[in-house]
Write a protein that binds this ligand. Structure first.
Ligand SMILES: [Zn+2]
Length: 264
């Protein structure tokens, strides 16, 4: 109780302090979506980013230097996802490990008996249950500037964070009391429509990596929801509506229709 009182007092102080203009500029340059926020949303984003940067540890891997720009481009994209969630700082997440490029993680599968197949898998991002997250910097930059279609590795990993708040990363985020069963039934129908489109070779709103599992479907669909909501609505309006319930906001109201086409 004392801890949470001290924490909220410290957070209030950080939120009330002036946000450095150089940081505002880095957010504006590195996170394309910032230009479409209202003044109120922008100040809530900056307050969230200030607390997040004060509380999380950033570590560079394989020579990656952790600059203010690195911290802000990651925190800015994460902060956009929390605009509807109140003061949600993902307390279990302690450190963010940044790699200079894609990284490999060991994977294995049992072949029965004592035999196991082991291999290395390329990753752009990874959420670890122990309280850390790994991100590949070039993909963080591409997602922030919306250079890579409906993708953002930061949004992807924070979708896993939101999904895991109820104790399990299972593709079902925390929902209002009594809503989970109905939400899951409709969500499963969206997954079935997506998988049928893949089977039939039809175009889909987002990458087929979403078919890996329920958790990946939530994470990949969330990337599209924030980065290209118009595309998501064209493919599956109900899926978009279910995501507005999960994230308590609707990016369709701010992201312009042609956002993805215009480069800078
Ligand atoms: Zn994932």
């Amino acid at each position: 109780m004392l801890f949470s009182w001290l924490t909220s007092r410290r957070r209030r102080r950080i939120r009330a302090a002036a946000f450095p203009p150089a940081w505002s500029e880095m957010l504006r340059r590195g996170v394309r979506q910032v230009e479409w926020l209202s003044a109120d949303e922008r100040s809530r984003l900056e307050a969230w980013v200030a607390v997040f940067l004060a509380e999380k540890r950033f570590e560079g891997c394989r020579g990656m230097a952790i600059t203010d720009e690195v911290r802000l481009v990651i925190a800015g994209q994460a902060g956009i996802t929390t605009l509807g969630l109140g003061e949600r700082y993902f307390d279990r997440l302690r450190s963010i490990i940044v790699h200079p490029d894609d990284f490999r993680v060991p994977n294995s599968a049992s072949l029965g008996g004592d035999l196991a197949l082991e291999w290395q898998e390329e990753r752009l991002g990874e959420t670890w249950t122990g309280g850390s997250m790994s991100l590949a910097w070039p993909d963080v930059v591409a997602g922030g500037r919306m250079r890579d279609g409906p993708r953002s590795v930061v949004i992807h990993e924070f979708a896993h964070q939101l999904d895991g708040l109820d104790g399990e990363i299972d593709g079902v985020p925390p929902l209002p009391r009594g809503r989970t069963r109905g939400w899951v039934a409709e969500w499963d129908a969206c997954r079935e429509r997506f998988e049928a489109a893949l089977d039939e070779g039809r175009a889909t709103a987002f990458d087929d990596y979403a078919a890996e599992s329920a958790a990946e479907f939530f994470a990949v669909a969330s990337e599209c929801f924030f980065q290209d909501p118009h595309r998501l609505v064209r493919h599956d309006r109900r899926l978009h509506e279910l995501l507005t319930e999960a994230w308590c906001q609707d990016p369709l109201t701010r992201v312009p229709r042609q956002a993805r086409v215009r480069r800078r």
